[in-house]
Design a protein around this ligand. Sequence first.
Ligand SMILES: Cc1ncc(COP(=O)(O)O)c(C=O)c1O
Length: 401
Amino acid sequence: MTGYDVHEVRKDFPLLSKGLIYFDNAATSLTPRKVVDAMVNYLLECRANVGRGSYPLARIATEMYEDVREKAAKFIGAKPKEVAFVKNTTEAINLVSAGIKWRKEDNVVITALEHHSNMLPWLRSSKLHGFELRTVKPNRDGLLMVEDLEKAVDNNTRVISVAHVSNVLGTITPLKDIAEVACSHGALLFVDAAQSAPHMPIDLRSFKCDFLAFSAHKMCGPPGVGVLYINEGVEVEPLNVGGGTVSDASLSGYRLVGRPAVFEAGTPPISDVIGLGAAIDYLTSIGLENIARHEVELARKIRKSISALPFIKVLGPEDPQTGIISFSVEGVKAEDVALAMGNLNICVRAGFHCAIPLVRDILGEGLGVVRASLYLYNTAEEVDVFLEALENVVRTLKGVS
Ligand SMILES: Cc1ncc(COP(=O)(O)O)c(C=O)c1O
């Protein structure tokens, strides 16, 4: 039992009525009608800029926008002023990695499980500022062992930045233990929650974290907006300055406003923020715990069945921790599998999943991997169709009957 009626939930997603099996939710999710309705309502009925005008319509738009900040803060157990709206998780990580006043003796610790978005910004800053970037490898199951991470951390570690959930292996990072390591060395902790916030409850009151980011488009919201949590006690320079970020300006200088406005220069993506608010309401009404349980149930079914199929190698732990399952087919390019599945109306993603170091260099999957990633609206029936199709596709591609 998942705690909600998945067939009722499916009615909220118009795209699902088209006979499509959408198993590419780690890339982006589908949109429920309520999210679009909320955005349309803002665009047609409440269209004004936010944080600027004093006329009633502008005040209403600002209230709607700030209400979403409160919702987003509550969603992760933070304070509203600790929540800034950014473009996406990628921009959030760039903002922080560019906004810290680095010292040469600093080092940053990431893991080899990271998405390029939680790797390249640190790599670039390390080259620009001359600090060391250290990378911790996961064990054979793709699990990050805290004792391995601890070995890489010392008292010059300025930031530890980890994905809460791996976008390739679906493994969950032990955040509480990592937070303790960070605390004991005086390091800041950045949590890339792109693959967790949409799928499981997060409560920042239960562990010490300095930064956390996620994207609306992976959680039933629109593309174009993400959330960056910055612990109120941590210093970070804004990435952009301009309209909305100053309390005074002259031709020779300016005085910045406080948080969170200081991180939101220029007109923000207001309709997207409104959509994010509706997405948070939507997911909360179903329950993140229920969603997590549902996805793991389906992932277990997939894992168990495809492990028994010839030519297939499933990556990650035997017992899936989330709704992400990646696999390779012996001697076959992952892209060919995804293309063949796509022709059967089944959407899965193939390749290196923006994690080339992990997939190619650590897992040794030079032909890429196929990823099935599930969400609240996927069903056991869809899994059955997927399994049968996959078996046929693999037989065809391997030339066996
Ligand atoms: C773990 C992880 N981090 C970061 C990102 C980047 O997210 P976005 O493209 O929304 O910035 C992704 C996207 O797939 C991801 O899976």
